[in-house]
Each structure stands twice: as structure tokens, then as C-alpha cells.
Write a protein that binds this ligand. Structure first.
Ligand code: HEM
Length: 196
């Protein structure tokens, strides 16, 4: 059972590492902005394919984190009842459900609207002048939500490290503030040097 637990723990960690998709989507979007042209069919189609398919991948990684987290409680020393007595686990669970909800909204609510607009053009047609303006509100909202998701993922990691032993409140708050700062930087810049 010890090895099963360690494999679950490994998959749990791998799952939330791969949930970093919002970070890389923000980088892709910021790179796209640097092209400096409001609409370029191939570039925009390429970017939207990465984002659209990234959502499906992220659902799978979220499911992995949820399943391995619950299984670790079932087969490990803590027991499933700990979910109600250990506030760190409960908050992580709520954060994960929030992330799933936000991703569902982006993938099922915003993305189809962007796809519908893009479906009206192809590589051979001249795009209508108002196309970038029609895409913009959905893209702006999606980018904001990606930033929020990145912040929530890092916050969940800060809490994840405290399942067995707590950090001081000051350190937890400081790390969550840094998570917010990093997510904001990822929204605004290319993070050319990784952290900044
Ligand atoms: C976005 C969601 C989540 C993130 C980012 C996350 C992150 C983490 C991190 C960083 C650890 C420490 C890993 C280690 O030190 O080995 C951890 C451990 C753990 N997580 Fe999660 N977690 C998430 C969701 C969940 C959920 C939903 C559950 C249960 C319902 C859960 C259950 C556990 C358990 C039981 C451990 C202890 C593993 C151990 O160290 O033995 N996690 N998590």
C-alpha cells in the first residue's frame, strides 16, 4: 500500500504541475500581441488551437489531481473524513472546483463565441475590419480568467504543502501575495527571465 500511495502522490504532483497551462497560455497570448497586427489568420488560428485544446488537457490534469487527492485520503493515513476536519484539504478541494468551473466557463462559454467569429474567415479571405474588435471582449475576459486561474493554482500549491504541517500565517499570506504578483506579471509581460 505504501508504494500505491507514493505513486498517487507522484501523479498528484505531476497533475498540478501540468495545470500550469494558464501560465503558458498567457505567454502565448502576450507573444501574439507582440506581433503587432490586429488580425493575422494563421497566427490567430494557431493561438486559438493551442488554447482550445489546452482546455481539454487541463480538464484531464484537474481530474487527475482530484482523483489522486481523494484516493490518497482513502488509502493513506489521513482517511476521507479528514476532508471536513482539515481546512487546508477542504480549501484545496474548493479551489479545484472553482478552477474546474472557471475552465468550463471559458471552454464552453467564451471559446465557442471566439470560434464562431473565426469560422466566418479563412486564410484566403480578407477579414472584415471589425473582426479584431468583435474578438476583443471575449479574449480580454479569457485573459483575465487565465490570470485568476494561475493565481488560484499557485495558492492551492501553497496550501498543498501544508496538509501535514502548517506554515506561519504570515508566511502563507506572503506566499499568496507573491502568487498574485506573479500572476499579474504573467498577465502583463512575457516573463522573459522566468520569474520576472
Ligand atoms: C489545485 C488543486 C491541488 C493542488 C495544487 C494540490 C497541491 C498539493 C501539494 C503541493 C501537495 C504536497 C505534495 C508533497 O509534499 O508530497 C499536496 C498533497 C496532498 N494533497 Fe493536494 N492539491 C490539490 C488538490 C487536492 C485535493 C482536491 C485533495 C483531496 C481531496 C488533495 C489531497 C492531498 C493529500 C492527501 C496530500 C498529502 C500527500 C502527502 O504528502 O502524503 N489535494 N497537494
Amino acid at each position: 500500500m505504501e508504494s500505491v500511495y507514493q505513486v498517487l502522490r507522484f501523479l498528484h504532483v505531476l497533475g498540478f504541475v501540468f495545470m500550469a497551462i494558464p501560465l503558458f497560455n498567457l505567454i502565448v497570448v502576450n507573444e501574439r500581441t507582440l506581433l503587432g497586427v490586429p488580425f493575422q489568420y494563421h497566427a490567430d488560428r494557431y493561438m486559438e488551437n493551442i488554447i482550445r485544446r489546452g482546455a481539454t488537457r487541463c480538464f484531464v490534469f484537474q481530474g487527475t489531481v482530484l482523483a489522486t487527492g481523494v484516493l490518497m485520503l482513502l488509502v493513506g493515513p489521513l482517511g476521507i473524513g479528514t476532508l471536513w476536519s482539515n481546512w487546508v484539504l477542504l480549501v484545496k478541494l474548493l479551489l479545484l472546483f472553482t478552477l474546474m468551473g472557471l475552465l468550463s466557463y471559458v471552454h464552453l462559454g467564451l471559446q465557442p463565441r471566439i470560434e464562431a467569429i473565426l469560422a466566418t474567415v479563412n486564410a484566403d479571405t480578407v477579414p472584415p475590419a471589425d473582426l479584431p474588435a468583435r474578438l476583443k471582449p471575449y479574449r480580454v475576459r479569457r485573459k483575465r480568467l487565465a490570470t485568476l486561474c494561475l493565481f488560484l493554482v499557485i495558492t492551492a500549491i501553497v496550501l498543498g504543502l501544508q496538509v501535514y504541517g502548517r506554515f506561519s500565517v504570515g508566511l502563507t499570506v506572503a506566499l499568496i501575495l507573491l502568487a498574485g504578483l506573479f500572476a499579474w506579471r504573467a498577465n502583463q509581460t512575457l516573463l522573459r527571465f522566468g520569474w520576472i
